[in-house]
Design a protein around this ligand. Structure first.
Ligand code: FPP
Length: 253
């Protein structure tokens, strides 16, 4: 089995973001209801958080619920809310023990009051436990949409302009990024999508600008530590040019 030893310790990505797809197809293949796929997917979440922690990843962002996911059948939405409730309830202990800091991005105010309370408590508990530790930050994207995030930032800046707090010519990329949910976090180095489809699906649209994309046919409920290591190995073999030529990159080393 793949192991940390097979990874180049000097090229560990700082930030890995994952589009967890394929829960429904995983269940269908087993003639199970779709919600069983999500339940198995929640086990993958635990496994991947543990693996990311052990591999020394600084930021892991998981797309757990999109703004579009409300359109799913009510029973499926209800089951997903149940899984989130148990993650923020029982699942937080293991984060606290490992000093993993939890962060949530998205329009959280649209969740039920009790779930919002659980989220707030979990974030505060992990924050207290992590203290000044600089280990893993786990970000869950919940009721998240990349376009909505950009519109939200634009509105905040427009209000500041109206109030005279900022001049329009002072709005730079950095200033704009400081009004996104992800303020203070580095952009993802790699975005992994499970389930085989090559789409961003409204995930981290701004932050994905220079991310390496890695698509695997493995369905999310089957995605485990060895698959994460395979994705990181693939990333380590890539040349990130940020618009420069390959020669320029070589000369700047
Ligand atoms: C996409 O699979 C997955 C989701 C919409 C939800 C992801 C949720 C989990 C992994 C479980 C709960 C999360 C946490 C953080 C505890 P899909 O249903 O679209 O799959 P399909 O494309 O095969 O139908």
């Amino acid at each position: 089995m793949s192991d940390k030893r097979e990874l180049d310790p000097n090229k560990i990505p700082r930030h890995i973001a994952i589009i967890m797809d394929g829960n429904g197809r995983w269940a269908r293949k087993r003639k199970l209801p779709r919600v069983m796929g999500h339940k198995a997917g929640a086990d993958s979440v635990k496994d991947i958080v543990k693996a990311a922690y052990e591999l020394g990843i600084s930021y892991l962002t998981l797309y757990a619920f999109s703004t579009e996911n409300w359109k799913r059948p009510p029973l499926e939405v209800q089951a997903l809310m149940g899984l989130l409730r148990s993650f923020f309830g029982d699942g937080v202990d293991s984060l606290v023990q490992k000093k993993i800091r939890l962060h949530c991005i998205g329009q959280l105010e649209q969740f039920s009051g009790d779930l919002q309370k659980l989220i707030k408590q979990a974030v505060s508990d992990t924050d207290k436990a992590a203290g000044s530790a600089r280990g893993l930050t786990l970000t869950l994207a919940l009721n998240y949409g990349g376009r909505a995030e950009i519109v939200r930032a634009a509105r905040m800046l427009a209000e500041k302009c109206c109030l005279g707090e900022i001049a329009s010519q002072d709005i730079s990329e950095d200033v704009f990024a400081a009004h996104l949910y992800t303020v203070g976090q580095p952009d993802p180095d790699i975005i992994i999508r499970t389930g085989g489809e090559s789409r961003l699906s409204n995930f981290l649209l701004w932050q994905a600008s220079y991310a390496e994309m890695y698509v695997t046919r493995v369905m999310w409920p089957d995605f485990r530590r060895a698959d994460l290591i395979e994705a990181i190995q693939d990333y380590q073999g890539r040349e990130r040019r940020y618009g420069k030529t390959g020669e320029q990159v070589l000369n700047s080393r």
